[in-house]
Design a protein around this ligand. Structure first.
Ligand code: ME8
Length: 514
């Protein structure tokens, strides 16, 4: 059986509508998922919503609705966003799902049996917006002298009876983990941050709350619900079948999350798992933030752009392409309507779209759609195929390393090579002067376009799929980029290329864009 590969996104707080940051994370995870599926791995991809906690309670109260109704209403919008963005998840988990309660209570019991949970009184600072406890020494002063979390969010003093997790006990095991597995936390800058944080010492963590009841009940401890991050992190196990399933997909290969929640995933989460005696995920990647014209947005601040407005204006594949190409994966990036239009027009519409369109319509018109014959080959043909194969290999190596924008860049080099080739060979001139040579050029271009379309499928699945449909390449052919025999087998079927409709339209800037 193929190697399993389990990839997850963070699960989002459904206290408001999804924003571009959520779309970005889902798109990146989906591209990685599709890439691994294409290389033959047995991929499981999970995303979903994180529905408990004080932030949800407070939002519901402000809106005067039941928290359950808020969770249902907003979670549906996250699912709609994923479906609209062509996110090929295997499960959309909600932390209110029944099997998730069971998994959360099971890991709790295992941590208790390990002797890592004790009852005490918590007194300290809590940020509802981050759903995080902070040590006094981590806080910063706000403009008005008020205390703020290191993320700049308000904190409130909290005092209540809670269960504690012996996080302090795991300081050395965690440092050993980071040392022995340099890829456990990526990128490097995040790894260094976390190592410094853990080296500074770990306090035990408050892991239950008694002042509200919107959460997973702590087994055997009436009045306590689990701290939202305990059940949130456990979603990854729930989706893998814990505690009763065969756990084929565990340990997870990759937790893909944003940079603001790396601590939860690389300190608390491995400590919980070590305590419960469960294998640790192989890798956590903290991607950067997507900013609108360089400005941070968040649900709580209210300057949020609906990703579905962007897809309505520019198309799903255009947005997917732009985000993966523009943002160096792991770093922050910025977007604007102009930047999307400029990049998508230059690279997708002009460079790749035009290449496919010109070639296919030329064949449809001048060869009546028949697949070009071998004709008279020249060195330039073999050289082009070599460059395109190299581009595909560059994409693959970069994607294996999560260097997504470098992967797309490598692919573009193949596209540019084709454009240089078509201009130099000028098949439209050869049509009259040297038809035999024209056939060889067109045949080379079809082979190159097929390889490039297959390569970019994970990024723009719908559009690249359409190009492959126009070539008559069947889905089962898509995996084998390096299938040299494909062309002749396919030509032998008598397939005819129809006059193509453009797959990558040129974008216009919406009138209302500033
Ligand atoms: O943190 N750009 O949920 P969330 C890119 N429920 N990514 C962004 C972003 C931006 N502008 N803003 C947020 C939570 N994100 C928890 C996760 S996981 C067990 C629990 C990312 O709705 C953020 O970093 O606040 C996180 O990875 C994801 O969106 C969900 O954020």
């Amino acid at each position: 059986m193929a190697d399993p590969f389990y990839i997850t996104t963070a699960i989002s707080y459904p206290n408001g509508k999804p924003h571009i940051g959520h779309a970005y994370e889902a798109i990146a995870a989906d591209a990685i998922t599709r890439f691994h599926r294409q290389t033959g791995r047995d991929v499981r991809f999970q995303t979903g919503t994180d529905e408990h906690g004080l932030k949800m309670m407070q939002t519901a109260r402000q809106r005067g609705i039941e928290v359950r109704d808020l969770a249902f209403e907003m979670s549906s919008l996250f699912k709609v966003m994923c479906d609209d963005l062509n996110i090929s998840y295997d499960r959309f988990i909600r932390t209110t799902d029944a099997d998730h309660y069971r998994a959360s209570q099971a890991i709790w019991e295992q941590m208790r049996e390990a002797g890592d949970l004790y009852l005490d009184r918590y007194e300290g600072w809590y940020s509802v917006r981050d759903e995080a406890f902070y040590d006094e020494k981590e806080l910063v002063d706000g403009a008005g002298g008020e205390k703020l979390s290191p993320q700049g969010t308000p904190v409130e003093w909290t005092a209540e009876e809670t269960w504690f997790f012996r996080l302090s006990k795991y300081q050395q095991p965690l440092l050993d983990l980071y040392r022995d597995n340099p890829d456990f936390i990526r990128p490097e800058a995040r790894r260094n941050e976390i190592m410094r944080f853990v080296e500074g010492g770990l306090s035990d963590l408050s892991v239950s709350r008694t002042s509200f009841d919107w959460g997973v009940p702590v087994p055997g401890s009436p009045g306590h619900v689990m701290y939202v991050w305990v059940d949130a992190l456990t979603n990854y196990l729930t989706g893998a079948g814990y505690p009763d399933g065969e756990m084929r997909y565990w340990p997870a290969n990759l937790h893909l999350i944003g940079k603001d929640i790396v601590r939860f995933h690389t300190v608390y989460w491995p400590a919980f798992l070590m305590s419960a005696g469960i294998a640790l995920p192989k890798s956590v990647f903290g991607h950067g933030f997507v900013l609108h014209r360089g400005e941070k947005m968040s649900k709580s601040v209210g300057n949020v752009v609906d990703p579905l407005e962007l897809t309505a204006a520019f198309g799903v594949d255009a947005l997917r392409y732009f985000l993966l190409r523009e943002v160096s994966f792991g770093q922050d990036g910025s977007y604007s309507a102009e930047a999307i239009v400029t990049r998508v027009n230059a690279e997708l519409a002009n460079a790749f779209g035009n290449l496919a369109q010109r070639t296919l319509s030329f064949i449809a018109k001048n060869l009546d759609g028949a697949m070009p014959e071998h004709g008279r080959a020249e060195d330039a043909d073999g050289q082009l195929i070599e460059e395109v194969v190299l581009a595909a290999a560059g994409f693959k190596t970069a994607f294996e390393d999560l260097m997504l924008s470098q992967g797309v860049e490598a692919w573009l080099r193949g596209v540019f090579a084709c454009n240089a080739y078509i201009d130099a060979q000028a098949p439209w001139t050869l049509r009259k002067t040297d038809p035999e040579r024209m056939h060889a050029v067109l045949r080379t271009l079809i082979r190159a376009i097929r390889i490039l379309a297959i390569t970019i499928l994970p990024v723009v699945p719908e559009a690249a799929g359409k190009v492959l449909d126009q070539l008559g390449a069947e889905a089962r052919d898509h995996a084998a980029v390096d299938d040299d025999g494909w062309y002749d087998r396919h030509a032998a079927t008598g397939f005819r290329i129809a006059a193509p409709t453009p797959v990558f339209p040129r974008l216009e800037l919406p009138v209302e864009a500033e």
